[in-house]
Write a protein of this length. Structure first.
Length: 334
């Protein structure tokens, strides 16, 4: 059996057993957007890390150093957002080919530092080493949160309403231009590419959801809506029913897909790297959450489906027919 036979998430399940040797302070370990452990009273530390490898996660020639640095930190901040925590400190380790220009490296750190400043995050250190061929960046971020308000993947309940904090699929459309080595010309094309290269972590939204008391579970959309919602379903031992008409699509994505003959819904389900939040909400509090969220952020939160007791993954089409949803998002080893 090879790694590609079990995939990324099969590998994670394989290495999870026997990982914990002292669980006294551990609240959440492998299996969520971040690990959580207590530091006394009801205060918890939230810790996440993401590794970005050239030619796997990014094409160096297709993005500036600033964009690479920004995104390297942003994807970690998004994990903290999904937990409903406040980000605090970052550690950056980087493997650098010797022929990398100092100017490019300066731009990487400028991108990180500018994003860190927006969210009052300190870059405390890390490690540097040489790399034979590819540029490698690993960022770890810590955050803090209250034990009784942090959000997890494994706590969705039958009947919960599924919400999404932003548009889905834009990042995948932006990636199309990068993979085809095409320069965006139209304004909407430039916005799609920016959605991929400079994603906004939904930190404020995550904190709002955590403090609302209405949210049962949450995840950020990094692998794709179908895959990430399936993570919640599997961890919570439930199913889901999506409403195709309700999935939020930007005008930019719809225009792009119409012009190129693609399905915008497919991009939303399988694209990934949108870094919006998907959460499940107590149905008795869903309407109030919608109203309060819209008032607080001056934009809507999108009601896209329902959690079901039956462990099926379904979507209701425009014609009211039901189709099975397969995980189509990113898997490193598939």
């Amino acid at each position: 059996m090879n790694l590609k036979d079990i995939g990324e998430f099969g590998f994670i399940k394989r290495i999870t057993p026997d990982s914990l040797n002292d669980t006294r302070n551990v609240v959440r370990a492998i299996g969520d957007d971040a690990a959580v452990f207590t530091i006394g009273n009801d205060e918890c530390i939230v810790l996440t890390t993401d590794l970005l490898v050239e030619r796997v996660h990014f094409i160096k020639e297709s993005m500036t150093g600033y964009q690479l640095g920004y995104k390297s930190l942003a994807v970690n901040l998004s994990d903290i957002a999904a937990m409903g925590a406040v980000p605090q400190h970052a550690f950056v380790s980087i493997g650098i080919p010797k022929d990398t220009s100092i100017e490019y490296l300066d731009e990487i750190y400028r991108g990180m530092k500018e994003l860190a400043k927006q969210y009052h995050v300190n870059i405390l250190g890390g490690d540097t080493t040489s790399s034979k061929v590819d540029l490698i960046i690993n960022v770890a971020v810590t955050g803090v949160g209250k034990k009784n308000t942090l959000l997890y993947r494994n706590t969705a309940k039958d009947g919960d309403i599924i919400f999404c904090t932003g548009f889905l699929g834009d990042s995948k459309a932006g990636l199309d231009f990068i993979l085809k080595s095409e320069q965006p010309v139209k304004d909407y094309e430039k916005r799609l590419v920016e959605a991929h290269l400079l994603p906004r972590p939904h930190i404020k939204e995550g904190l709002y959801l955590a403090n609302s008391g209405a949210v049962h579970s949450c995840i950020d959309v990094s692998d794709g809506l179908s895959s990430d919602l399936m993570h919640i379903a599997e961890e919570s031992n439930v199913g889901f029913l999506l409403n195709e008409e309700a999935i939020p699509l930007s005008k930019d994505l719809v225009q792009y897909c119409n012009e190129h003959g693609y399905s915008a819904i497919d991009y939303a389900l399988a694209g990934g790297e949108d870094y919006v939040l998907v959460c499940t909400v107590d149905p008795a509090q869903a309407q109030k959450l919608e109203k309060d969220f819209t008032k607080s952020f001056q934009r809507p939160i999108y009601r896209i489906g329902t959690i079901t007791k039956e462990k099926k993954y379904l979507m209701k089409k425009d014609d009211n027919t039901l189709i099975d949803i397969k995980p189509k998002g990113w898997d490193h080893f598939a």
